[in-house]
Design a protein around this ligand. Structure first.
Ligand SMILES: Nc1ncnc2c1ncn2[C@@H]1O[C@H](COP(=O)(O)OP(=O)(O)OP(=O)(O)O)[C@@H](O)[C@H]1O
Ligand SMILES: [Mg+2]
Length: 270
């Protein structure tokens, strides 16, 4: 992806935006990029916790927006990977503190003045002002979707809004795939999700209990080397490499037919 500022979004809540932001951000930083991940979920901040940096937040994005500190003072550098940085958000304010204009200026300053190679913006759920602000500074988007009908429908809505904003690079991440359920015909297939959404795929992340463990200890799973090839951490590392333009093969998940009817019912397709 050419985009240096990428919003991570989904429409539906709880599908894995924050997990994706932390893991892809950490993996890009491990590959040598100077990365800043930004939390825009004002009032419900948790990117700092997922990254294990909550104890180091002094100033946040809203402090920057409202001039209480310099941008540089609010940037927290990770101790594990020194090219990884976090800009946390406020836990005590509400979304009215967000401003598209300030968001664009902050991202511009990160890229042009502070020399960041990539900025990942973790969007709140929904299609309201929080999402709009997060998307306002982005030239690329990672749309996170779970292989279930309600998540696909919300992703479809979000993709429409990203298109309305004329964001040039929109890519899809299918998260929490359970190959054994797909095999039984109990979960949507990758091809069907892609056909409905009409957006290029950039990664498939399996359901993996280590995501919960890594979240609890505040260390992104993508920083754990080794482990089985299809585990979530490895899938997030593959996504980082694809963002950088590498041609990384997908592990094979078996894809029997059978569930398309469920999607057709909701989308009126076919
Ligand atoms: N691949 C995965 N395997 C297992 N658990 C996962 C996976 N991805 C995310 N989760 C879990 O799903 C839950 C929601 O993830 P996360 O907080 O990243 O979602 P979100 O989209 O940011 O939610 P919100 O809309 O509330 O901001 C978390 O408990 C997380 O650990
Ligand atoms: Mg989140």
């Amino acid at each position: 992806m050419n985009a240096k500022a990428i919003v991570v979004t989904s429409g539906k809540g709880g599908v894995g935006k924050t997990t994706t932001t932390a893991n892809v951000g950490a993996a890009l930083a491990r590959l040598g990029e100077k990365v800043c991940v930004i939390d825009t979920d004002v009032g419900l901040r948790n990117l700092d916790v997922v990254m294990g940096l909550e104890g180091r937040v002094v100033y946040d994005l809203i402090d920057v927006f409202e001039g209480r500190c310099k941008l540089r003072q609010a940037i927290i550098r990770d101790k594990r990977v020194d090219t990884l940085h976090l800009l946390a958000t406020s836990q005590t304010r509400d979304k009215s503190a967000l401003s598209e204009e300030r968001m664009r200026e902050t991202v511009r300053a990160l890229l042009e003045d502070e020399g960041f190679d990539r900025v990942l913006i973790d969007s709140p759920a929904g299609i309201e002002s929080g999402f709009q602000t997060a998307a306002s500074a982005a030239s690329g988007a990672l749309v996170v979707v779970n292989p279930e009908v309600s998540s696909v429908r919300d992703a479809d809505r979000i993709i429409g809004l990203l298109e309305a904003r004329e964001i040039p690079e929109v890519r899809l991440i299918i998260n929490r795939l359970r190959p054994e359920m797909v095999k039984r015909g109990d979960m949507l297939e990758v091809d069907d999700v892609l056909e409905i959404l009409g957006v290029k795929l950039i990664g498939i992340v399996p359901e993996d209990e280590r995501i919960l463990i890594s979240t609890n200890i505040g260390s992104p799973a993508s920083l754990e080397e080794g482990g089985p090839k299809v585990a979530a951490g490895a899938a997030f590392r593959d996504i980082a490499r694809r963002i950088r333009g590498e041609d990384v093969a997908y592990p094979s998940f078996e894809q029997p037919k059978g569930i398309f009817a469920g999607l057709r019912r909701v989308f009126g397709a076919g």
